[in-house]
Design a protein. Structure first.
Length: 517
């Protein structure tokens, strides 16, 4: 053995219930193959605090290295874990993930010795060996560290092109996955061929040599699913790909995938994330035939002018066609929705209102959504260049203003409405979008509540548009009055979702959305 390596996540404040972290499980597989003793402590999934997580790190001996997977939003918790660990031993600490990739200096200043930028599998063995044995860090690509008071950034590491070459994830935390009635995470591809202005996936891969999207072979994917199913008897899977159907995946690929699932005798259910412009009748029919039952579709907006501004490859007609296909084949559909950015117009809002009234069976997490100004994205860079950003908070989000004064009034009313119901929205959609392991009746009952919430949202949306046109009273007074008048209806929905959770054995421990500021 080459020493004890701890791979951990920090506790996370999120509106979602905790799910497994594949990043840790992949790194554990790579390191164990190289002869390292590895301990996985997924604090978010386990539901433990910082002190308890560090206690587990030091159980059965001091670690040689601590590695923590982080977002910017849980950097404070990661820092707390690090300080507690350093009180016990002078252990070297490495951080990685989206947070350190875009905010390496902040993480180094918080006390981490090294920040990994981008994918870690290609470098993790060499990095751990260098840290343990005092090797030259400057020779290892894709990292940042402090040297003589200055930040040193080595060139970005090449990503893993042949994903089949990575060993299957180590599933140490599976008891917590099963205990939470969570789906098992499967990663069948990495990256996306899109170039949307708001997307951190594109930013994460920018400047990295190699393909923007990489997929595993059908045989490799099905082998992993079969092994997990046989070992843990799990039937529900969440394909966590950024975009599941990217070229060269096409109708033939879907046929091959569906045939392989059936040939393996796998009676499973799975969830995906897909682009609307990639869906065709044969693709939807083929995936449905082998267990596809819920998906997220990055619709983002029903207005072509907004889609062009976002650099979305799909147009409004593509979005509507995809939704019709998904409804026809009975696939529960959550749509990604970005209602507001700095350039939103009233015409765009009306187009979105009409579409939501027509497609009233989709699942959304509330009618109010705004483009997230994340570090590194094209959207944030544009706003910085135009001096339209302000602030910034612990969740890496910047503030900006909707420029059109009438659209800004709708923005303020919808945001006030949404914040009054945000926790309920997240609790209602979680069982079907995560998705949790439930009965068919449970999924239908949750979906019914989702559609009822959408109906309430669109009703208020229409009233807010009329409020701007008529200006009969103050916008704030109007929104507050609407919240009060519907309080009983929302209380009834709260009772019903609590009842479903009780019947299905689910627990909702999410918090108020930390990004809703």
């Amino acid at each position: 053995m080459n020493g004890k390596v701890v791979l951990a996540t920090a506790p996370t404040v999120s509106q979602r219930t905790a799910e497994e972290t594949l990043a840790l499980e992949y790194l554990a597989a790579v390191l164990r193959k190289a002869g390292y003793e590895v301990v996985i402590i997924d604090a978010w999934l386990r539901g433990v605090g910082c002190r308890k997580a560090v206690d587990l790190m030091y159980k059965n001996g001091n670690p040689s290295v601590i590695c923590i997977s982080c977002y910017r939003s849980n950097m404070d918790q990661a820092g707390d874990m690090l300080r507690d660990a350093r009180n016990r031993s002078n252990v070297p600490a490495i951080c990685g993930g989206y947070g350190p990739t875009f905010h390496d200096v902040e993480f180094l200043e918080a006390g981490f010795n090294i920040a990994v930028r981008g994918e870690a599998e290609p470098i993790i063995v060499d990095l751990i060996r260098a840290v343990v044995n005092g090797g030259r860090l400057v020779d290892i690509p894709g990292i940042s560290f402090m040297q003589h008071g200055q930040v040193v950034r080595t060139k970005r590491a090449s990503p893993v092109i042949e994903l089949d070459s990575i060993p299957f994830p180590e599933r140490d935390e599976m008891p917590y996955v099963v205990g939470r009635k969570n789906p098992v995470h499967i990663c069948t591809s990495r990256g996306c061929n899109g170039n949307c202005t708001f997307c951190s996936v594109a930013a994460f891969n920018r400047g990295v040599p190699g393909k923007r999207w990489r997929g595993r072979t059908v045989g490799n994917i099905v082998k992993e699913i079969r092994e997990v199913h046989e070992r843990y008897r799990t039937t529900h899977f969440k394909f966590v790909d950024d975009s599941f159907i990217e070229p060269p995946r096409d109708e033939k690929w879907v046929r091959d995938f569906a045939n392989a699932i059936r040939k393996a005798g796998l009676d499973i259910r799975f969830r995906t994330q897909v682009r609307a412009d990639r869906l065709t009748e044969p693709i939807v029919r083929g995936l449905k035939s082998c267990g596809w039952f819920v998906t997220n579709v990055g619709v983002e907006n029903f207005s072509n002018s907004a889609l062009l501004r976002m650099r979305k490859p799909a147009r409004a007609a593509d979005n509507l066609r995809a939704l019709e296909l998904l409804r026809k084949h009975g696939v529960y559909t959550q749509i990604g929705l970005i209602m507001f950015d700095d350039s939103t117009t009233m015409h765009e809002l009306v187009e979105n209102y009409r579409a939501l009234c027509q497609y009233n069976w989709v699942i959304i997490k509330g009618v109010f959504t705004e483009m997230f100004a994340a570090e590194g994205t094209a959207f944030t860079s544009r706003l910085k260049g135009a001096d339209l950003l302000s602030g910034g908070n612990a969740n890496q989000n910047y503030s900006y203003q909707v420029q059109d004064p009438l659209a800004r009034r709708v923005y303020m009313m919808l945001k006030s409405w949404h914040k009054s119901h945000a926790l309920l929205y997240d609790q209602v959609i979680d069982p079907i979008t995560a998705p949790k392991v439930m009965s068919d009746v449970g999924y239908k009952e949750v979906h019914r509540l989702c559609t009822e919430l959408l109906e309430l949202d669109t009703h208020f949306f229409g009233k807010a548009i009329s409020q701007v046109a008529n200006a009969a009273s103050s916008d704030k007074a109007f929104a507050e009055s609407e919240v009060r008048s519907t309080a009983g209806v929302y209380a009834g929905i709260q009772e019903r979702i609590n009842s479903i959770y009780g019947k299905e054995g689910l627990v909702y421990d999410g918090k108020f959305n930390p990004f809703l500021v």
